[in-house]
Design a protein around this ligand. Sequence first.
Ligand SMILES: [Zn+2]
Length: 168
Amino acid sequence: MDIIFNCPNCDQELAVDQSGAGSQIDCPSCGEHLTIPATGKVTTGELPQVPPPSSALVSPILASAAAKVPLHLKVPVRDTPSESLIDKPKPPLEAVQKGAGKRLRVRTVRRASCIEGGHDKFDEIVSAFLQEVTETNIIGIHPINYEHFDVGVQKIMTDYGLVIIYRG
Ligand SMILES: [Zn+2]
């Protein structure tokens, strides 16, 4: 081990082997005659040790850990889509019994669209439809009058038909 001390005259840092303690030397810098002290900054002869950088490296981790602490306030995330906030009211019991899940529908039958091969099949078509829907599902039947361009006579004709409101 070396004894490290400063020259009392010129303050030059000097390193002398510990075995030289108490010896008298001349300062290599200023030539001052000086005595090597018994004690000084004793070193192992290696370079002065820099404090391990671990303390500096730990701090970012600690800072990161500290930064995560406020995350307990995060917004909860659902895995499934949120259900509707408004529940659809269930249909009244009476409607369920009568309609049995059927919906209100409208069928408009124009007489002009019932001409097949020159024959008026309006009544036949309407009758078949009413038979299909059945009487209990008929809500209302309303006659209509309408105008249409008749290709045969090349004139605008007035015709009639029915609007049938039913459950189906
Ligand atoms: Zn000196």
